[in-house]
Ligand binder design. Structure first.
Ligand SMILES: Nc1ncnc2c1ncn2[C@@H]1O[C@H](COP(=O)(O)OP(=O)(O)OP(=O)(O)O)[C@@H](O)[C@H]1O
Length: 232
């Protein structure tokens, strides 16, 4: 469970989150929508302590994030907008292993996690390949594998489709669908709702740092037009 309790945050003096409250239950697939600048990225970066609230609290599994950053970062797998920015190694295997290595796990367990994570993104057997030789869609899938290797309860993704062509987009979507079916919670920020609504349990829309809509996809669709979100 990820819970935002009346969270406010400002960059210098510019308020970006405004007493925002939101709960994401285990296993839920939640799409976070909103126009550019509405605060989506800022909200997501609070999930694992990359940013801390000026006021209010963010809890992961009922524990405030800042009380145990390692626990929060193990529970929340983050995938950033430009996967290239989050790679730390030259090859797929080494990159996906990086998180579990930092947890101090034994080699056999690290190898098991890497294998399972690559299988989950349909990249079994490709661990030796160089990341810089991969397509954008493959890089997005490796970024998801890196997050999965931490065995997170939730995946948090910020605009994971940016720069992807249609086949790559479909491939990432289908991976998210199967992960969600297996019980991983998904919080996915996008301003482009093509296809993701079909996977979502809920759509949460933000405007000016507040939640202005939180509803089932079919009902949300009717209300999203006024929020400058690209509606399918
Ligand atoms: N590091 C920063 N320093 C100052 N202001 C920032 C910083 N990061 C974001 N902001 C501002 O905070 C506001 C919200 O930005 P944020 O990136 O959270 O929105 P967003 O909904 O994710 O937008 P986008 O869809 O464009 O990524 C914007 O006005 C932005 O200019």
């Amino acid at each position: 469970m990820i819970e935002f309790r009346s969270v406010s945050y400002a960059f210098e003096d510019v308020p970006v989150l405004d007493e925002l409250s939101l709960s994401i239950g285990d296993g839920e697939f939640v799409v976070l929508a909103g126009a550019n600048g509405s605060g989506k990225t800022t909200l997501l970066r609070h999930c694992n302590g990359l940013l801390s609230p000026d006021e209010g609290t963010v809890l992961v599994d009922e524990r405030p994030v800042e009380d145990d950053l390692v626990a929060a970062r193990s529970s929340i797998g983050m995938v950033f907008q430009h996967p290239r920015d989050q790679f730390v190694a030259a090859t797929i295997d080494a990159d996906v292993a990086f998180g579990p290595e930092n947890l101090g796990l034994e080699r056999a367990e690290i190898d098991r996690r890497v294998d399972a994570a690559l299988e989950a993104v349909n990249m079994t057997g490709r661990g030796d390949e160089r990341i810089d030789s991969l397509s954008g869609g493959e890089q997005a899938r490796v970024a998801i594998a890196g997050a999965l290797a931490m065995k997170p309860t939730h995946l948090v993704l910020d605009e994971p489709f940016t720069g992807l062509d249609e086949p790559a987009r479909r491939s990432v979507l289908s991976r998210l669908e199967s992960l969600s079916a297996r019980g991983t919670g998904v919080l996915l920020a996008t301003h482009d709702l093509r296809d993701v609504l079909a996977l979502a349990d809920r759509v949460v829309a933000m405007r000016d740092g507040r939640v202005v809509l939180d509803d089932a996809p079919d009902r949300a669709l009717e209300e999203l037009g006024g929020l400058e979100v690209r509606v399918p």
